[in-house]
Design a protein around this ligand. Structure first.
Ligand code: DCP
Ligand code: MG
Ligand code: MN
Length: 372
């Protein structure tokens, strides 16, 4: 399953969208700069909104979110049914150096530049990295848990992990509300990590919740559910300086494995229950996001994503003289040269997800319809 869910085959641009998404995936696999992947996924998302087939560069470039290279590809696909570049990339992936780059960028906390530096330094295996490279704390964990963190989390396990966190949270404060966001909320069969939004009725500031988060994290750490905290990386931050986001790893306790308890023991024939064997105590990435109730709607939009959907919602807000971020929708935002905002503007809505859509003048989209 890719990001194509929601693109009906009736869509006049379905074929083009498919090729663009393939191109994006290919770049991702090679460990290219994320913006390449994003650009093509963005273009695919923009095409999805079109009601007529886009055939030429000029038509494509006129559409928001479609850049020059995407526009070129769109014309090429319309004319030839394929993209030469994709073929070239597929050949490239047979190149051992490109494969190596992918191997390295799959270490949590390692980007393409770092991977290329290591390759230039002569490192060729994960063992080389382990023995010779200078690693950040995050990268060290990424390397130690390489296989774990590169294994997708089945939906059922996301649910079990979420349920564990909910139980622990409620034991501390009965009134907290937890929502699993991210790709899980979009309906994905499996997720790269688990994203949990935490709020509490009547709160209007994150500071009213940080004490709770500290308590929750130390409780879950003490019992062994949380295995490690990861340093926040700047580009992914929604942190407003009040410690509102927590990144780390967790592991599902055996007691929480889905399925019936009798699966623990061998049956009469001495066979271990098959269902049970699918479960391994892998380390999983987990993100906790603290949100005051007054900002819940905006936070839900942000943390549900996907990132491309978010970008298009924010762009739309901008076009209407508003601003959307993880805290709310604001109006009368003054912008100067280069669209740089001068004032924060006045809050229009933060709490209600649907109202934010309404104020933006877009039809409500269920989470499972937000793949781009
Ligand atoms: N997000 C965003 N921009 C980013 C990163 C994240 O808007 N650069 C938002 C949208 C994502 C949400 O945060 O849906 C959660 O981020 P994840 O990285 O966990 O992505 P997903 O949950 O969507 O996918 P995955 O299954 O890979 O975790
Ligand atoms: Mg996620
Ligand atoms: Mn996440």
């Amino acid at each position: 399953k890719g990001g194509l869910r929601g693109v009906e085959s009736k869509n006049p641009n379905a074929e083009t969208i498919n090729v663009l998404l393939e191109l994006a995936d290919q770049y991702a696999k090679m460990g290219s700069e994320p913006w390449r992947t994003t650009a093509y996924r963005n273009a695919a998302g923009a095409l999805k909104q079109q009601s007529v087939k886009i055939l030429t560069f000029a038509q494509a470039i006129a559409i928001n979110n479609i850049g020059e290279s995407s526009a070129e590809k769109i014309e090429e696909i319309a004319k030839t049914g394929r993209v030469q570049k994709l073929q070239n990339l597929q050949n490239l992936l047979n190149d051992p150096m490109i494969k190596l780059r992918g191997l390295f960028t799959n270490i949590y906390g390692v980007g393409p530049n770092q991977a290329d530096r290591w390759i230039r330094q002569g490192y060729r295996t994960l063992d080389d990295i382990q023995e010779k490279a200078h690693l950040t704390a995050n990268q060290r964990i990424g390397l130690e848990r390489y296989d774990d963190l590169n294994t997708r989390i089945p939906r059922k396990e996301v649910e079990a992990l979420g349920a564990h966190v909910v139980r622990a949270a409620r034991a501390i404060d009965r009134d907290v509300q937890l929502i699993i966001g991210g790709s899980y909320r979009r309906g994905a069969d499996s997720s790269g990590d688990i994203d949990i939004i935490i709020t509490r009725q009547g709160t209007s500031s994150t500071s009213q919740l940080v004490g709770f988060l500290d308590e929750l994290v130390s409780k879950l750490t003490d019992e062994g559910f949380l295995t490690v905290a990861l340093a926040a990386h700047s580009k992914n931050r929604v942190d407003d300086g009040h410690g509102s986001k927590w990144h780390g790893c967790c592991v599902l306790p055996k007691d929480d494995y889905p399925g019936d308890a009798s699966a623990e023991v061998d049956d009469n024939d001495g066979n271990v229950n098959k269902n049970k064997e699918e479960w391994h105590p892998l380390w999983r990435r987990i993100d906790l996001l603290l949100v005051p109730e007054s900002q819940l709607g905006a936070a839900l939009i942000y943390f549900t994503g996907n990132d491309i959907f978010n970008r298009s919602m924010r762009l739309l807000a901008q076009k209407k003289g508003m601003r959307l971020n993880q805290r709310g929708l604001y109006k009368d935002v003054l912008r100067g040269k280069g669209n740089v905002k001068i004032t924060e503007g006045e809050l229009v809505e933060g709490e209600d997800e649907r109202k934010i859509f309404r104020h933006l003048g877009v039809h409500w989209r269920e989470p499972h319809e937000r793949w781009c």
